[in-house]
Design a protein around this ligand. Sequence first.
Ligand code: KG4
Ligand code: ZN
Length: 344
Amino acid sequence: MIILGFESSCDETGVAAVCTERGLLAHALHTQIAMHQEYGGVVPELASRDHIRRVVPLTRQVLEEAGLAMSDIDAVAYTAGPGLAGALLVGASVAQSFAWSRHLPAIAIHHLEGHLLSPMLADPRPDFPFVALLVSGGHTQLMRVDGVGRYELLGETLDDAAGEAFDKSAKLMGLGYPGGPALARLADSGDAARFDLPRPMLHSGDLDFSFSGLKTAVLTRVKAAEQQAGGLDAQTRADLAAATQAAIVEVLAAKSIRALKQTGLRRLVVAGGVGANQLLRAKLAAALKPLKAQAYFPPLALCTDNGAMIAFAAAERVKAGLVTLDPDAHGFTIRPRWDLADIA
Ligand code: KG4
Ligand code: ZN
C-alpha cells in the first residue's frame, strides 16, 4: 500500500510517499525559516499562507521523484495535531480533499508519533521495546515504546521544552531564529567551562525536566555583560552558547540514562529537532557504551519536521491494524492541543 503524507503543523511544509512494504519512496520539504526570520519567530498567519502556496508543488515533486501517478496512491495521511491551528488546517484539508477526490481513506496522525517513529526510517532500525527521548521545539518527553501505538510517558518537562530553551537562550544572545542550530554552531568556537550554568532537576531523582531556570540564568549573564562591557563580545557570546548547550545536553543525557536504567531497556531512540544536535549525539553515544546500550537517531534531514515521518507513522499504524481504512469518512477535525497519551 502506498501512502501520501502531509505535514504542516508549524513552519515546514512536508510531503512524502511511503510504501508499507518498500518504505520511504520520496519526500520533499519546504522550510519557512527565511520567511519568519525577520520577525524573530513563527508568525502563524504567514505560516498558513505559505503552506497553501507550497503544498501542491511539493506533492507534484514527490509523485515525480517516486515515479508515481495519482492513481498509484492507496491512502492519504496528514498531521492532525498538535500544532498551529491554521497551519494544521492546510495539510488536513488538502489531504482530505485529495482522499475524497480519489475515493481513498485519510489517516490522521499525531505529530509526535511521527517524530517518535522516525528513527525507524534509519538503518539500522531499532527493534521494540525502546526508550524514546522526544526533544522538539514544543516537547521534551521520555517515553517507553513497546510497539506502534503503545507509548508510556516516563517523564516530561514541567515548563520550557529543550528546543525552546535553545531558542530562547539564543534570542537573549542576539542570535537569529531558529536559535537551536545557530547556538549549536556558535558553541563550536566557545569554551563551555567559562560559565557555570545550572543543570535544572539533574538530581531530582525522577525523569522530569525543567528548563525555564536556565533561560533566566542566561539572561543574568547577558545583562551582566551589558553592564560591564556594553554587550556580549564575540568570544563571550560563543562561550555562553557553549555553556548553554552543555547544560541542556547534560540534563537530557543524564535523564535518558536514568530512563534506561529504570526500565532495564537497552535501546534509546532520539527524535525531534533537538536530536540534530551533534553534542547531544556524541554525549549519548559515549554514555551508552558502558551500559552496552545503543542509541538510534533519525537521519539528520528527518530530525526536524517533515512529511516522511507522517507518511511512515501512518504506514506503521496500518501495518499494526490500528486504523480503519474507510474511503467514505471525510469529516475531520484538527487538534492543535493533543496529548500523545490520548491517541487511539
Ligand atoms: O521537531 P522540530 O522541527 O519542530 C517541533 O515540532 O518543535 O524541532 C524544532 C526545534 C527548534 O527548537 C530548534 O531550535 C531545535 O529543534 N533544533 C536544534 C538543532 N536543530 C534544531 N536544537 C539544538 N541543536 C540543533 N542542531
Ligand atoms: Zn516537530
